[in-house]
Design a protein around this ligand. Structure first.
Ligand SMILES: [Zn+2]
Length: 314
């Protein structure tokens, strides 16, 4: 009997995963009172912590958990299905979801919550003067908005969590107490993590890092690390041969012994530069994709700490 139930459960789970694209850990049900949609992974993970224990919340992510950053993202028809019946849409802001502005006109009653509200933005191309100017000359979308990767700093992410908690409280005032308590609990964990990371990173003798895209500006600022070069500014934009040569020169000049690839990208380019410069390849995770679980951000940062200690701790 137990076996039969297990088989049925397995089948149901498979069917559920098949039809939903695994994207919906809080499936819509009869007792859905409020539907909250998040734009992408780090926003979803923050919201997942905040809705814990709140009855009748359906939480859904607009994009697939494997998507990564939303630079130049094109919405799919499946993404738009997630918007059906949405009461609240939580976005990162700072130019990350430029593709949504048109879409939002079709959902005038949706409450928009911007997680990055009030967070001071770094300029894009920070630490990279000439690249920054190139950006401006091209009239790049993000040049006026600043670097959108605010959540990669734990301090900013705590603010991000609070902004989302406040937005959810406004949209669903009867559960304000739960959202705020969840925010306090989660922020306490983040604060502990930050203290632990400072304790380890602050005394590292080497502070120079070379990263794969511009995701680590805020992280570097938080822990006083120096981003000496960015190998590839954004996914899908390979550097030109000239840029590659410049990057190799920069890595050699900086004396950096560590290149940080991201789990979301092909390590090929980092390996090329590694072969040319002798610097070793490690991983830093900007927490833009992964499993839909509450501790995903904390785990990613713990692993980032391990990688940094291994790379810079000699
Ligand atoms: Zn990015």
């Amino acid at each position: 009997m137990k076996k039969k139930i297990a088989i049925v459960q397995a089948l149901l789970l498979t069917a559920c995963l098949f039809f939903s694209g695994c994207s919906d850990p809080h499936p819509s049900g009869e007792n859905t009172r409020i539907k909250v949609v998040t734009s992408f992974y780090p926003v979803y993970i923050a919201a997942l912590n905040l809705v814990d224990g709140v009855d009748g919340v359906e939480l859904q992510n607009l994009t697939q958990p494997t998507t990564g950053c939303l630079h130049d993202y094109q919405l799919t028809p499946q993404d738009l299905i997630a918007m059906e019946g949405a009461d609240v849409l939580v976005i990162n802001g700072a130019g990350m979801e430029d593709f949504l502005s048109k879409v939002l006109e079709s959902y005038p009653s949706v409450t928009l919550v911007t997680a990055s509200d009030g967070i001071e933005l770094l300029e894009e191309g920070h630490d990279h003067d000439h690249e920054g100017h190139d950006h401006e000359a091209e009239g790049h979308d993000h040049s006026e908005e600043g670097n959108p990767h605010v959540w990669v700093s734990i301090t900013n992410y705590a603010q991000y969590v609070q902004n989302i908690a406040d937005g959810l409280s406004r949209a669903d005032p009867q559960n304000e107490a739960i959202y705020q308590i969840n925010a306090q609990k989660y922020k306490a964990k983040l604060s502990d993590l930050k203290t632990k990371m400072h304790g380890a990173i602050d005394s590292l003798p080497n502070r120079g890092i070379v990263t794969f895209h511009e995701a680590f500006g805020y992280f570097a600022e938080e822990f006083d690390l120096h981003v000496e070069a960015v190998i590839e500014r954004e996914p899908g934009t390979d550097p030109t041969v000239q840029e590659l040569i410049e990057t190799i020169d920069k890595v050699e000049e900086s004396g950096c012994k560590a290149l940080f690839a991201e789990p979301q990208y092909e390590p090929r380019l980092a390996q090329t530069i590694s072969a040319e410069t002798g610097a070793k390849v490690y991983t830093l995770d900007p927490c833009v994709s992964g499993a839909y679980e509450k501790d995903a951000y904390l785990k990613a940062m713990e692993e980032n700490l391990n990688q940094l200690m291994e790379a810079l701790g000699q």
